[in-house]
Write a protein that binds this ligand. Structure first.
Ligand SMILES: Nc1ncnc2c1ncn2[C@@H]1O[C@H](COP(=O)(O)OP(=O)(O)OP(=O)(O)O)[C@@H](O)[C@H]1O
Ligand SMILES: [Mg+2]
Length: 322
């Protein structure tokens, strides 16, 4: 697989500015503005009906922008759509497959549709089958493959034209935990090859580990776009530390909560999340540990608690499906 054309580090892979989109009178996208950094793994997160698929379809030229600008590697999707399509691979959330074909026949069919010669197809198909770990299944009928394997074939299909940017609409839905983890490994490998990947998903905790940056969309409006780490680090009013005691939590939350400077205590999976109002006269982190030890608690873990992505997501999005 060839290395993608190197982009200047500052040039984003995707830019959306002032994008609105309506299905008849229904405004699916209200005012969309965000950038996706080149060569990044970018999460695209939002509740049902938020507008994720609509945005992805605009980027991949399946829908035409009604208002605003969508650019892929500096090319306008409305005017330069052929060039955009050449550099892009889109895996929709529901895709039908030619189930009576073998894996190889199916991939070869799409590679031929992209105009690849027989010799090039042989080479490219070997590469994508190896990358998606489907080499051993090349002669199998698609009909007999598990969902996880069909998903891999779907991914292999979008790789046959060696795209610089991949748009994957909920690729992990319906996969078991092992298949998900393996898919994430393939995506990391693809990022390592310099590809830009936008992955939409409801599986927030997995995105936190996988993605460099994230966009959160709700009701056709962008709620957050930036580094994944900044979203996780974002604190509410007080810094929070996670304390793990050796034994059971019985009554410890109430006792610690009564210590000066500890604003709130929350039980989280066998640990206590302590929000702390630091006043140097009263409390520093040693003071928190001392308060715990004075209560007879044996501390086995103490670290800065990251706000969980799920919490950030709940804070940024509204109740109810659209
Ligand atoms: N072809 C269409 N005709 C009418 N309304 C549509 C059409 N496609 C999408 N919508 C509406 O636009 C809104 C955004 O839909 P979209 O599919 O982009 O959301 P989504 O974030 O991908 O949701 P999900 O998580 O369920 O896949 C929804 O309210 C949806 O009902
Ligand atoms: Mg969708």
């Amino acid at each position: 697989m060839t290395q993608p054309t190197k982009q200047a580090a500052t040039e984003p892979a995707v830019v959306l500015r002032g994008v609105q989109y309506s299905f008849r009178k229904f405004k699916a996208l209200v005012d969309i503005n965000f950038d996706v950094p080149a060569q990044s793994l970018h999460g695209f997160v939002g509740p049902n009906g938020a507008g994720k698929t609509t945005v992805l379809k605009l980027i991949c030229t399946l829908l035409k922008p009604q208002t605003g600008k969508v650019q892929v590697f500096g090319k306008d999707v409305a005017t330069d759509y052929l060039e955009v399509r050449r550099r892009l691979g889109f895996m929709p959330d529901h895709f039908s497959m030619y189930r009576q074909m073998t894996v190889y026949e199916y991939l070869d069919f799409f590679a031929a549709a992209y105009g690849l010669s027989l010799a090039t197809r042989t080479k490219v198909l070997d590469e994508v089958l190896e990358l998606t770990d489907m080499g051993g299944r090349r002669g199998d009928l698609i009909n007999g493959l598990s969902r996880g394997m069909q998903q891999r074939v779907g991914l292999a299909r979008v790789l046959v034209n060696d795209p610089d940017i991949l748009l994957l609409d909920e690729p992990a839905s319906g996969l078991d935990p092992r298949a998900r983890i393996e898919l994430m490994d393939v995506l990391r490998a693809l990022r390592g090859m310099g590809k830009t990947i936008i992955i939409s998903s409801h599986i927030l905790s997995e995105l936190a580990e996988l993605c460099d940056s994230v966009t959160i969309i709700d009701r056709g409006t962008i709620k957050y776009c930036g580094a994944m780490q900044s979203l996780l680090d974002h604190q509410t009013d007080f810094p929070t530390f996670r304390l793990t005691p050796a034994g059971p939590l019985n009554g410890l939350a109430e006792k610690l909560g009564a210590s000066p400077g500890i604003v709130s205590v929350e039980n989280v999976e066998g640990s206590l999340d302590l929000s702390i109002s630091f006043d140097p006269e009263i409390l520093d982190t040693n003071g928190v540990l001392k308060a715990a030890m004075d209560l007879g608690i044996t501390v086995t873990g103490f670290s800065r608690a990251q706000r969980h992505l799920n919490q950030a997501f709940m804070d940024l999005t509204e109740k109810g499906v659209r």
